[in-house]
Design a protein around this ligand. Structure first.
Ligand code: PMP
Length: 416
């Protein structure tokens, strides 16, 4: 088979922006980084933005009437404007900065969920969810007494939408909380349709966008999502900052999640009056340098173009799926290439995924092995662990070839 190598990206120039990619990790072994679904590498534009911020502009935000405080506030609030534009939210007030996707989901559970869910209510999740979109709901269900139902996955690793429709028809569903793209299967879920059906049944929808916002254009208004959560560190930005998008009316009606400075208008000994959104949900000193880094990451991805990034990654992932499917003894998980994005999870005969990852590391190839924070999904797949190669804008088909060559070595070592 011949493969297209026509990428819309200037891949050499892009790779030159990411200092961490240019290194040997063992003598004579250059790094082949195939673990971006866990966390992506950072371009120098992001590293520089954070370092420049600390060198020239750091002070606390919002409070001080001096130049550095104004600069810090501009960096922080400027990042909020960039996030708003990037996901096409209607208002900057709908962008809440959190620590990561996990905290964004916990915020919705702890605020909206605690105020609105009780016995008799149903929250619908799916069998492919990350622990961060299961555990907060389990904790809250114990406290509030509602029921959790799971949309099953089909044999091809897609959501069973017939069961979903039945759940919406037969049960008092208040909230549907599902991932946009699976971090294990790569499945791109039909979230627009999932949201349409939930709204028709009177339920709200939270989308876990940890694996989608880094990889494809996301328009929260076109999707009509009620809540949308993601992390900066998977989209070329820094760790320590994430985003919760929420529709303005919902956020305004929700109680605070944490109490402290910034989130109040007035405090007396008797009680407090909450600040307006987004500040109501941002108690304490926020991650200011990280916001500057996230803003730079958004500028970087936007300049390249999310459509171009998506097209390039599709090329690399399609090639990886084809090449991996030719490896004797290898089982791939997830749907057909046209319905997936970003990751290729596999097992190789009965070799433990950790052994695969360790031998690949010796060849310079970085992948992830384990349950990828999706133990229930692995239980459903009938495997304890998978090996996962994941791809981003800086990966190439040549790196896929390096993965395949390293897997040949694994097969030799294990005699299969
Ligand atoms: N959801 C999905 C689909 C993910 O892939 C991840 C990260 N592996 C998370 C949620 C959690 O993200 P974070 O650790 O940044 O909170």
């Amino acid at each position: 088979m011949t493969y297209s190598t026509t990428t819309p990206l200037n891949i050499e120039a892009i790779r030159a922006d990411f200092p961490a990619l240019d290194q040997e990790v063992h003598p004579g072994k250059r790094l082949v980084f195939l673990d971006s679904a866990a966390s992506s590498q950072k371009p120098r534009q992001v590293i520089d933005a954070m370092s420049d911020y600390y060198r020239t502009s750091h002070a606390n935000v919002h409070r001080g009437i001096h130049v550095l405080s104004e600069r810090a506030t501009a960096a922080y609030e400027g990042a909020r404007d960039k996030v708003r534009a990037f996901i096409n939210a209607a208002s900057r007030r709908e962008i809440i900065f959190t620590r990561n996707t996990t905290e964004s989901i916990n915020l919705v559970a702890g605020s909206w969920g605690r105020a609105n869910l009780g016995p008799g209510d149903v929250v619908v999740l799916s069998e492919m969810e990350h622990h961060s979109n299961i555990v907060p709901w389990q904790i809250l269900a114990q406290e509030r007494g509602f029921t959790i139902r799971y949309i099953p996955i089909t044999g091809t690793g897609e959501l069973d939408l017939d069961v979903y429709a039945r759940l919406l028809r037969d049960e008092p569903v208040r909230l549907v909380s599902v991932m946009h793209i699976s971090n294990v299967l790569g499945t791109v879920n039909p979230v627009a349709e999932i949201i349409r059906q939930a709204h028709a049944a009177g339920a709200l929808v939270l989308i876990d966008g940890a694996q989608s916002v880094p990889h494809l254009p996301v328009d929260v208004q076109a999707l009509d999502a009620d809540f949308y959560a993601f992390s900066a560190h998977k989209m070329a930005g820094p760790t320590g900052i994430g985003v919760l998008y929420g529709k303005r009316a919902l956020l305004e009606a929700m109680p605070p999640y944490m109490g402290g400075g910034e989130m109040i208008k007035r405090v007396t000994f008797e009680g407090s009056e909450w600040n307006s959104i987004p500040h109501k949900f941002e108690a304490g000193t926020p991650a200011i340098a990280e916001a500057a880094g996230l803003g730079a990451a958004i500028d970087y991805l936007t300049a390249i173009g999310m459509e171009n990034i998506l097209a390039h990654e599709q090329l690399v992932v399609d090639y990886a799926l084809d090449r991996l499917s030719e490896v004797p003894g290898l089982t791939l998980y997830g749907p057909a290439p046209e319905r997936r994005n970003g990751v290729a999870s596999f097992t190789l005969a009965d070799i433990h995924a950790h052994d695969i990852a360790q031998l690949l590391d010796a060849e310079g190839v970085a992948i992830r092995a384990g349950h990828h924070c999706a133990m229930p999904l692995h239980q459903r797949l009938g495997v304890a662990a998978t090996a996962r190669a994941s791809f981003y804008l800086y990966n190439t088909q040549a790196e896929v070839d390096a993965l395949i060559t390293a897997l040949e070595r694994v097969r030799k070592v294990f005699g299969i």
